[in-house]
Write a new protein. Sequence first.
Length: 257
Amino acid sequence: MIMKTLAWIVSLSLLAATAQAAEAGKDAVVGAAKKLASQGGYAWKTTTENAGGGGGGGGGGGARRMGPTEGKVSKDGVTHLKMTRGDTTTEAVLQGTKGAVKTDQGWQTLESLASDTAGGGGGGGGGGGGRFLARTLQNYKAPAAEAEDLAAKAKELKLADGMYSSDLTEEGAKTLMTFGGRGGAGAGGGGPTVSNAKGSVKFWVKDGVLAKYTYQVQGNVSFNGNDREVNRTTTVEISNVGATTVEVPEDAKKKLS
């Protein structure tokens, strides 16, 4: 009886220690993300790899192939993005709740782009591409904010081999699979249905500041009668911390005012 009681106490102690370590890992990542945000500007590059090739989740076809996103954020919160999708690169500037996108017709506000049923954005063809792009940008998170969001979606962040890593919660993986963290689940209706969702996330911290992170999601997505398998890995590498500035074109400034 005594031995069983001791084993039970040891088991509880181990569980408590594991929970404390996981919480400490999450606190460390969130703290590193907050410290990054306070450094006075930084730059980053986001790359996406899809196992087996194909589109990155935007609806299929080469026009939606996920190329890199290059971004910069200044100390006053102005974000500049260059997003490549297929053969098209879209330039955008965001500040607070406002944003502007460079299109064939010049710089447009996100509100104007969202009402453009022809999809006049830099990456849009027809069929509401402008609305989808506007929604994506309205919900865009720079790395410091995205890292905090990812930490919240992690099960147990633990430090090993110089990085913090964890599996994602099922709900967190579902959200990321449908780009819910970056701009909604789809171009219309109730969005896609996700099944068998799972994933993982890893963070690298240098001198207390977030330096890099990567997350992988996989599962099945059904949307508008189309079923497909997703296995996508996104990597964000951060650079020029504390020394990044953003020059906003005059025409874009007018749209932000």
